[in-house]
Design a protein around this ligand. Sequence first.
Ligand code: SAM
Length: 234
Amino acid sequence: MQSYQIQPIGHIQSPYKQKFAIPRQPRLVPQAQAKLIFCDDFNREEFVRGIDEFSHLWLLFRFHETADKGYSALVRPPRLGGNERKGVFATRATFRPNGIGMSAVKLEGVEYKNGQLALLLSGIDLLDGTPIVDIKPYLPYSDAMTDASAGFADTRPETHMTVSFSEQAEQFIAKQTQYPQLRAFIANVLKQDPRPAYKKQKQQTQFYGMSLYNFNIRWQVDGEHNQVIEITQE
Ligand code: SAM
């Protein structure tokens, strides 16, 4: 079979600096804002003329962080607690042939500033630096299927996790006026319960850390409660 080379058209600037804690699908954390920066070959307004007529876009991208780790025929969807295996093509797993991902995200605006074309997006589930290979408008009349069924992933993943912030965390957030949604962003990331499935069964208090933007966030999990202990600047 013939193989193809694909040239990225741009890359994502995202607040998610590491895989851990990125939601498992787009739009689960609406406050996750990102920019799609076009590569030189596509850095012309003609390429996006008319795109602002669409509220949502499909992004096709490369799982660049894991692409060189290959793929497996069977994977363990986190939805099933990490114990049961499904065929990779029956899942949205990252370890797949060709390492291509797709996410429907919200288009917040188009920016052309200092000679650089960018799309402003929200609700993303992409790591910082993710290469984008194509963009297509989301078409509700065709893409939204109200009679669709989705087996083991039929419903939006819900957790009962609650979140509170220490005084230090509250004060730190209050000073970050350039990120007015920061508190809700952190809270919604934690409500997704980013812990690996096997850790969720443990009962004792556990401590975790993640980077969002250039902030280090430390929190502890006690049962179904997340307490943000400390936020610092990197
Ligand atoms: N919505 C996409 C899809 O269905 O193809 C991605 C689904 S995948 C289950 C979502 C996970 O991909 C995120 O939780 C994050 O850990 C991981 N991820 C995001 N960007 C990535 C990248 N550039 N390379 C590798 N993994 C990435």
